[in-house]
Design a protein around this ligand. Structure first.
Ligand SMILES: Cc1cc2nc3c(=O)[nH]c(=O)nc-3n(C[C@H](O)[C@H](O)[C@H](O)COP(=O)(O)OP(=O)(O)OC[C@H]3O[C@@H](n4cnc5c(N)ncnc54)[C@H](O)[C@@H]3O)c2cc1C
Length: 399
């Protein structure tokens, strides 16, 4: 068993760290102040992403992506995650499922998205149905060679400036026919009806979108009718790993800021690092980050080594659950260590505190991860989590 990163992997993470410090940190204050990135700032970051080769790290080389292993994706996302105000999402990763599109769809959407020429949004959640995606009501009905779509979507991040969107909806009102459609910007029947302010300031909004008699050609179906859930399954593994990696980055940055503060700050005539109450907080942080990293990179490595899809899905839920909850606890403690200074928005810890909160909700809430984990334990036994995966095709292989 060897968990040593290769010199190439260390160099890759080093490059991601330099990129983050040079091209993401400098824009944090702008986003904090304006809740947006100016066109000029976006252009600067986009050029730097392309220059560094951090675009579409998840996509195949034949489509123009970087085709990183999941471990390598986590190495770079850990660094990007250190940037506040959701700037860690600036190195774009078009939806994994676009690789299953037709050649025309890949030419029109995936490849330009990989090059950073067009941006996407994903429309799944509805006001009455989020975790329970089978309960969506948005519906498409066939009319000649088109489908007519009606429904209301909410929290469609980035749809206010997206060039294309992946729409998850039912066909013929049948949840068994859940289907993904590709929508283009500016289509008749597409309207942003509400843009609620989120807890944090980030470069994207999270609008509500009304779809009214929107006509979409049948050639815009991704995969096939009824393929909606199947197409997003592998994506969940990748997305949850990347969220977990970003959360490790959040925790590392916050813990380092807090530790540095304790070296300088004095109270009652002593450095606060000399109070046992503070020392123990730092010790807890260090151990939690260590555990999170070990879990993340071990499971990502199992995935890269061909772990069975269902087992990978099951284990990545545990990774997402642990890393997002861990980052939240560490942010809270890092803020507490800095007292009132930690609460002010010019402090990266305060800014992370507001945005990392979302990571426990998106891509499956913490409760939903526990539902998945509980279900897997019932179906396959505790070994899925407590055993070591010695054989890729043995979910729960417990040796
Ligand atoms: C910042 C942000 C960005 C987002 N971006 C997007 C986006 O781009 N596209 C998109 O489609 N959606 C997006 N979402 C929506 C997100 O995916 C949903 O908020 C999430 O899936 C939860 O759904 P919900 O909000 O409807 O909560 P609900 O599903 O209504 O859940 C409410 C509560 O009940 C709990 N719960 C639900 N079911 C169970 C259960 N079986 N057992 C135990 N507890 C349960 C949940 O954990 C939660 O605590 C975004 C959300 C946020 C906050």
């Amino acid at each position: 068993m060897d968990f040593t990163f290769s010199p190439e992997q260390m160099a890759l993470q080093g490059r991601a760290r330099v990129f983050t410090e040079q091209y993401l940190f400098p824009f944090e204050q702008e986003v904090q102040d304006t809740n947006a990135l100016s066109a000029e700032s976006s252009k600067t970051i986009r050029s730097a992403v392309l220059e560094a080769g951090f675009n579409a790290v998840n996509h195949l080389r034949e489509d123009g992506g970087q085709e990183y292993s999941l471990v390598n994706q986590c190495l770079v996302f850990e660094e990007f995650g250190k940037a506040t105000n959701m700037l860690g999402l600036q190195p774009w990763m078009p939806a994994y499922c676009l690789r299953f599109g037709t050649m025309e769809q890949r030419e029109q959407y995936l490849r330009p998205a990989i090059r950073g020429e067009i941006r996407e949004a994903f429309l799944v959640t509805e006001p009455q149905s989020g975790s329970d995606a089978g309960g969506i009501l948005t519906n498409a009905v066939k009319d000649g060679d088109h489908y007519v779509v009606n429904g209301l979507k909410c929290f469609a991040s980035g749809s206010e400036k997206a060039d294309y969107m992946l729409l998850h909806c039912n066909v013929d009102g049948d949840p068994k026919k859940a289907t993904l459609f590709l929508l283009d910007k500016g289509m008749d029947g597409f309207e942003i009806v509400k843009t609620p302010r989120a807890l944090y300031n980030g470069p994207s909004e999270h609008p509500w979108v009304q779809l009214t008699d929107l006509r979409v050609h049948e050639s815009k179906i991704l995969g096939g009718i009824g393929q909606g859930f199947e197409l997003t399954k592998d994506w969940f593994v990748e997305q949850r790993a990347n969220i977990a990696a970003r959360c490790v980055g959040v925790a590392v940055r916050c813990a380092e800021i807090a530790a540095a503060y304790t070296e300088e700050r004095e109270a009652f005539g002593r450095k606060i690092q000399d109070f046992q109450g503070i020392e123990w907080k730092l010790a807890d942080m260090a151990v939690e980050i260590m555990a999170a990293k070990a879990l993340l990179y071990r499971c990502a490595s199992e995935y890269d080594n061909g772990l069975d899809r269902k087992a990978a899905h099951a284990r990545m839920s545990a990774v997402k659950l642990f890393c997002t909850e861990m980052a939240w606890r560490i942010c809270d403690q890092a803020l507490q260590i800095q007292g009132g200074h930690g609460y002010m928005m010019d402090n990266p810890v305060a800014r992370h505190y507001t945005s990392v909160r979302a990571e426990r909700i998106v891509e499956g809430t913490s409760e939903i991860q526990k539902v998945i984990i509980g279900g897997q334990i019932k179906k396959r036994g505790m070994g899925v989590y407590t055993g070591l995966m010695t054989q890729p095709n043995m979910p729960g292989g417990n040796t």
